[in-house]
Write a protein that binds this ligand. Structure first.
Ligand SMILES: Cc1cc2nc3c(=O)[nH]c(=O)nc-3n(C[C@H](O)[C@H](O)[C@H](O)COP(=O)(O)OP(=O)(O)OC[C@H]3O[C@@H](n4cnc5c(N)ncnc54)[C@H](O)[C@@H]3O)c2cc1C
Length: 153
């Protein structure tokens, strides 16, 4: 495979970089040691700050974040029996969105796949390939699909 840029790791940084490069006409390949299924289901961060929200929206991958994320303009600190509101928007003009990191990953992988870009491999470390493996199918679904294909052939 020939490509202009190789990116190691399909975390939010690698995937977003690949997406931003694509928007500027620079093709890249993202090499990942875990499967697509694994990266899309690893629970990690949950809070997106304003700069990230803006970047995802401006680059066309923020629709689900806007629709499904929880926008917060502040939060409360409880101390010595009193609750004090920290008005983020009032103080800074910015807000935050609670939207799980693995959902951001799903949106970014979907954008890469839609652009026809290879991304993310299930191969062990040091042996990279550049394709997204299909999600693993359960044994019963595989059996059912084999039964269907032999019935139709
Ligand atoms: C519990 C927790 C809560 C957090 N909460 C927040 C939060 O609320 N807000 C926030 O902004 N941040 C939060 N963070 C931090 C945030 O998750 C990280 O900043 C973010 O994941 C970093 O993204 P990344 O793409 O740089 O790296 P990663 O997400 O670590 O992605 C790196 C990818 O590279 C792959 N990889 C690594 N080495 C190799 C290799 N040699 N070859 C191939 N692939 C490789 C890994 O499998 C992984 O998929 C939290 C983190 C944790 C753990």
């Amino acid at each position: 495979m020939r490509t202009q840029v190789g990116i190691i790791g399909a975390g939010p940084a690698g995937l977003l970089l690949s997406h931003l490069l694509h928007l500027r006409g620079i093709e890249s390949v993202v090499l990942e040691s875990r499967t697509r299924e694994q990266i899309e289901s690893t629970i990690r961060a949950g809070v997106l700050e304003q700069g990230t929200m803006d970047l995802l929206s401006e680059s066309g991958v923020g629709a689900r974040m806007k629709a499904e994320g929880a926008l917060h303009h502040g939060f409360e600190l409880a101390y010595e029996g009193k609750r004090r509101r920290i008005d983020l928007t009032g103080l800074t003009g910015h807000a935050i969105t609670v939207y799980a990191q693995h959902e951001v990953i799903k949106d970014l992988v979907a954008a890469r796949v839609e652009a026809g870009a290879p991304c993310c491999s299930a191969s062990p470390r040091r042996r990279y390939t550049a394709s997204i493996p299909p999600p693993r199918r359960s044994a019963s679904r595989i059996k059912a699909s084999r039964a269907n294909s032999s019935a139709t052939s």
